[in-house]
Design a protein around this ligand. Structure first.
Ligand code: C2E
Ligand code: MG
Ligand code: MG
Ligand code: MG
Length: 280
C-alpha cells in the first residue's frame, strides 16, 4: 500500500498503528492472568498536612511487575484494563488491599490515617459498587472517614445522573470523595458546585510552574480559595521542590503530596517510614 501511495510516510504511519495495536493486545493478554498470579503490588505515597507538618494519609498506587513484560506503568495499562473491564476485579483488589493495610497501620499507630484510592468510572457504573465499598469497609474495620475515593471529572461526563447519586450516597455514609487531576478536565465552575465531593486535588500541571511564574501563583491562590469557599479540602499533587511548597503554604493549601516528601513506597517501606514517624 505504501508503494501504491508512493509515499514512505504511509508505511511508517501503518506500522505505528500496528505496533500500538499489538502492544494493547499483548498487555491485555497478560493482564488477564496478572491478578491470579499475584503480579500486582500497591505502593503508598504520603500526604502531608501543612497545618501540623505530619503525615495525614496516603494515596494507594498500583504497580504491575509482569514476569513477561517487566514493570508496566499504570499510565499504560489502566486504560486497557478499563476497556477490557478487567479494572473491575483489579479495582476491587486495590480497594480491599489498601483498606486492610491502612487498618493495620492505624491500629499499630493508634491513629487514623486517610487512604485515598483511585476509582475508575467502570467500577462506579457497576450495580454493586456501593455494596462492594461498604463490604470492604466493614471487613477491614476502618471508619468511612478514613477512606477517600479519587475520581476524575471524566466520570461525570460519561454518566452524570447515575454517578452523582451513588457518590452522594457514599458521601452521606461519611466516605470522602476527591476530584483528582482537578483543572485538567472540562467541568465548568457551575458544574463543580453540583458534585458530591469533599476534596479538590489540584493537578501537577498547576504546581509545576509555581516556582518561576507569578501568574500561576495567583492562579493557585484562587483555586485554593474557591475550594475553601465551597467547603472542600484542597490537596496539591506533584510537589517536587520547596519553593513550590512555600507558595502552597502561603495560599493556604491543606495538604501536599509529591516527591519533595516521598515517592510512592512499597508496603514494607511505608511501614518502615511510619515506624520512624512520630506523632505531634
Ligand atoms: P494520579 O491518581 O493522578 O496519581 C498521581 C501520579 O503522580 C502517580 O503516578 C504518582 O506516582 C505520580 N507522582 C506523585 N508525586 C509526584 C511528583 O512529585 N512528581 C512526579 N513527576 N510524579 C509524581 P502513577 O503511580 O504512575 O499513576 C499514574 C496514574 O495511574 C494515576 O494518576 C491514576 O490515574 C492511575 N492509577 C494508579 N493506580 C491506580 C489504581 O489503583 N486504580 C486506578 N483506576 N487508577 C490508578
Ligand atoms: Mg489519584
Ligand atoms: Mg492525580
Ligand atoms: Mg494525575
Amino acid at each position: 500500500r505504501a508503494k501504491e501511495a508512493g509515499k514512505g510516510v504511509y508505511a511508517v504511519y501503518d506500522r505505528g498503528m500496528h505496533t500500538e495495536f499489538n502492544e494493547r493486545v499483548v498487555i491485555e493478554k497478560h493482564l488477564r492472568s496478572a491478578l491470579d498470579n499475584e503480579e500486582f503490588e500497591l505502593f503508598y505515597q504520603p500526604q502531608v498536612d501543612l497545618l501540623t507538618g505530619a503525615i495525614s494519609g496516603f494515596e494507594a498506587l498500583i504497580r504491575w511487575n509482569s514476569p513477561v513484560l517487566g514493570f508496566v506503568s499504570p499510565l499504560s495499562f489502566i486504560k486497557i484494563a478499563e476497556d477490557s473491564r478487567l479494572i473491575i476485579p483489579i479495582g476491587e483488589w486495590v480497594l480491599r488491599k489498601a483498606c486492610h493495610f491502612m487498618s493495620g497501620l492505624c491500629q499499630q499507630k493508634n491513629n487514623c490515617y486517610k487512604i485515598a484510592v483511585n476509582i475508575s468510572v467502570i467500577q462506579l457504573l457497576q450495580d454493586d459498587f456501593i455494596e462492594t465499598v461498604l463490604n470492604v469497609l466493614s471487613e477491614s474495620g476502618i471508619s468511612p472517614g478514613c477512606l477517600e475515593l479519587e475520581i476524575t471529572e471524566t466520570v461525570f461526563i460519561e454518566s452524570f445522573e447515575r454517578i452523582v447519586g451513588k457518590l452522594e450516597y457514599l458521601k452521606m455514609q461519611g466516605i470522602r470523595i476527591a476530584l483528582d487531576d482537578f483543572g485538567t478536565g472540562y467541568s465548568s465552575l457551575s458544574y463543580l458546585q453540583q458534585l458530591p465531593i469533599t476534596t479538590l486535588k489540584m493537578d501537577k500541571a498547576f504546581i509545576d510552574p509555581l516556582s518561576d511564574d507569578s501568574y500561576s501563583q495567583s492562579f493557585i491562590r484562587t483555586m485554593v480559595s474557591l475550594g475553601h469557599e465551597m467547603g472542600l479540602e484542597v490537596v496539591a499533587e506533584g510537589v517536587e521542590d520547596s519553593s513550590q511548597l512555600v507558595i502552597l503554604e502561603e495560599a493556604g493549601c491543606d495538604k501536599v503530596q509529591g516527591y519533595l516528601f516521598s515517592r510512592p513506597l512499597s508496603q514494607r517501606n511505608t511501614q518502615e517510614l511510619m515506624r520512624r514517624h512520630k506523632l505531634d
